[in-house]
Every structure is written in C-alpha cells, then in structure tokens.
Design a protein around this ligand. Structure first.
Ligand code: NDP
Length: 335
C-alpha cells in the first residue's frame, strides 16, 4: 500500500489565495489494475492559471497542475517501471493513473519528451506547457518578421522569457517589461533582450517612445491592464497582439475588475489584430514545439532558468511567491 498526499481546494479563492483555502488530504492508494500505472511525483508546477481557473470549478477539487513523475509500478507494458511521465495530476506526491488516453486532452499522461540529458523538470517548463504557450502563442499569432519590434510583458517569467528569446532567434528587436531590477539585468545581460524596463519604476509610455522610436509591431501580452493599453497605443499599422494572459487582474474581483484606457481608437486607426488563445488549441502540435525548443536549448540559443522550491509542504508558498513575482524563470517545486 502506498500512502499518498494531495492538495484539495476546499474554498473558492477571494483575492490572494489563502493557506486555509487548501487542505492536504492523505489516502492509501489501491493496488493498480490492468492498464494503470503508479507514479511518484518528482516535480510540480505552480502557474498563474491555477489562480485564474479557480472560479470555474466547484469546490472541493484536487489542485491541478502539470507535473513530472516516475513510474513505480506498471500494468501497462508501454510504460515500464522507471518511465518518466508528464501529467496534469497536480499537487500530489503519488497517484494511480491510466496513461495515454486521447492524446488531445490536457488530462492525458504522456511520456516525458526526449530531453537529451537536460533536466526532466523542463517537461513542465520550457519543454512543457509554458514552452508551447510561448512558441505557438507568439509564432502563430504575432507572425513575427525579421527586423520587427516585439514587446513582451511578464518578460522574466516562464512564458515571457521564452517568447523574447524566440523573437531574437527570429531576428526581431525585443523590448521587455518585468518587475525588478534584477530581472531587467538578467534579461538584458544573459538572455540578450535589446532593452528591458522595470514596469514598477518607469514611465511606460516614455520608456517605450525612447526604446521603440519606430513603434511596436508585435505585442505578447502576459499581464493585461493599463500597461497593455499603453503598449497597444504605441503600435504600428497592422500590428499584432497575442493576448496570452492578464495576471495583473487574477486576484481582482472578476466582475468589477480594474479599469484601463480605451483601446478601440488604436485598434481601428492602426488596423490592429488582437487574438486571445489557450495553448491547448495546438496540443496535437506540442511535440513540434518541444523538438525546436530542445534543439535551441542544446545549441545555446535558448537559455532556461528555474526558480526551485523544495518540498511538498512548501507548494502553497511557492504558488503565492510566483503570484507575487518572486520567480525569475519557471517556478517549480521539487517533491
Ligand atoms: P510567470 O512565470 O510569468 O509568473 C508570474 C509573473 O507574473 C510573476 O513572476 C510576476 O513577475 C508577474 N506579475 C504578478 N503580478 C503582476 C502584476 N500585477 N502586473 C504585472 N505582472 C505581474 O508565469 P507564466 O509565464 O506561467 O504565465 C505568464 C502569463 O501567461 C500569465 O498571465 C498566464 O496566465 C499566461 N498563460 C496563458 C496560457 C494560455 O494558454 N493562454 C498558458 C500559460 C500561461 P513581475 O516581477 O514581472 O511582476
């Protein structure tokens, strides 16, 4: 018998999620049946959508997230003991599951992509859902051309740091906005962003006018709110905006919401294209992204950084820390 622990959300979040909104539930897992695997979790992910999607699910529910684990017992010959798998089973230390399934669902369990010796934790980061988000959300929606100017917000995070580097690989000029001077330094000095600003201390409009005197062609929007309105007002004719997320509002009341300046005049007179997306749109094609991302990491064109918290008991703190901007790169927890 294996004793397993998991985080259950027992109360809908109000504002910033509280420790008491979660309960750690222990149970004895049943022996596995034919077609099932027992997985021991190695890494779990803490992500903004775990806050944003809370209102969609009636409580109590098991806290979902992507995670990487190792098969410990198997009654599916395709997944022998020792196989590493990526699943959406969330914040738990062991689980019993049925691998495969419809490969098109976020709930499917798939083998960790061939990372050619890189850390398996990348399977929930740069070579996982956040990597696919950056790859498809930027390339498919912004359709960047060499020489164009790209702006990324949330630039030092899991998705944003990859978007900016893909934009450099595609020959663009890249301007980022992030929440601390250390993040600014990392993006400019190590990742090769052309110019990065601390959005907490600069006048965004003035900074943009100086850094992008010829205007902005593509904007990858991770944060929403007023900063996005200012960036969109600085866009060129036929500019493209990939609306990926709006973390500046996730802890706000969904109906009241913060207000931001009107966008319609810019959209009309600059003939802009704005498109929202959910990365599962391209789930059939994730392996295509994973192959390119792995190749770029191995060639040194794409740098990855992880913000690692240790221990099952510290997942809540890691989650709140990520929402507060403590992470540079991908926030993950080692179990
Ligand atoms: P990050 O690694 O970027 O972590 C979240 C970051 O958000 C923090 O580090 C913090 O950085 C920033 N942040 C927090 N509060 C604010 C605020 N009020 N204003 C501006 N920035 C803030 O997370 P991800 O890369 O995983 O996610 C980035 C965005 O992408 C999110 O909006 C997320 O919901 C979205 N997303 C969308 C997907 C899709 O399919 N559409 C899939 C995956 C992610 P800082 O120090 O810079 O403030």
């Amino acid at each position: 018998m294996v004793k397993a622990r998991k985080y259950v959300v027992k109360r809908a979040f109000q504002g910033l999620p509280k420790r008491e909104d979660f309960e750690v539930v222990e149970s004895e897992l049943p022996p596995i049946s034919n077609g099932e695997i027992l997985v021991k979790t190695e890494w779990v992910s803490v992500d903004p959508y775990q806050r944003a999607y809370n209102s969609r699910y009636p409580t109590p529910y098991d806290q979902f997230s992507f995670q990487v684990g190792v098969v410990q017992d198997s009654k599916d010959p395709r997944y022998p003991v020792g196989t590493r798998v990526v699943s959406h089973r969330g914040w738990c230390d062991y689980y019993v599951g049925t691998p495969g399934g419809t490969e098109k669902s976020l709930n499917s369990t798939y083998k960790l992509p061939d990372l050619k010796g890189l850390s398996p934790s990348l399977g929930i980061g740069a070579v996982g859902m956040p990597g696919a988000t950056a790859y498809f959300g930027f390339l498919e929606i912004c359709k960047p051309k060499e020489g164009e100017t790209v702006v990324v917000t949330g630039a030092a995070g899991a998705v944003g740091s990859i978007v900016g580097q893909i934009a450099k690989i595609k020959g663009c000029r890249v301007i980022g906005f992030a929440g601390s001077d250390d993040k600014v330094q990392w993006l400019e000095k190590e990742l090769g962003f052309d110019k990065v600003f601390n959005y907490k201390t600069v006048d965004v409009n003035k900074a943009l006018k100086e850094a992008a005197p010829n205007g902005v062609d593509c904007y990858f929007d991770n944060v929403g709110g007023e900063i996005s309105s200012i960036i969109i007002k600085n866009m060129n004719t036929y500019g493209r905006v990939s609306v990926c997320g709006s973390i500046s509002a996730y802890n706000e009341d969904a109906l009241e919401g913060p207000k931001a300046s009107i966008l319609q005049p810019s959209i009309v007179f600059k003939e802009l294209k704005l498109e929202g997306f959910i990365v599962s749109r391209w789930i059939d094609r994730w392996p295509e992204a994973f192959a390119d991302l792995t190749k770029w990491i191995l060639s040194g064109q794409l740098k990855t950084r992880e913000h690692v918290t240790d221990g099952f008991d510290n997942i809540y703190d890691a989650f709140i820390g990520m929402l507060a901007g403590e992470n540079t790169g991908k926030a993950i927890v080692r179990i």
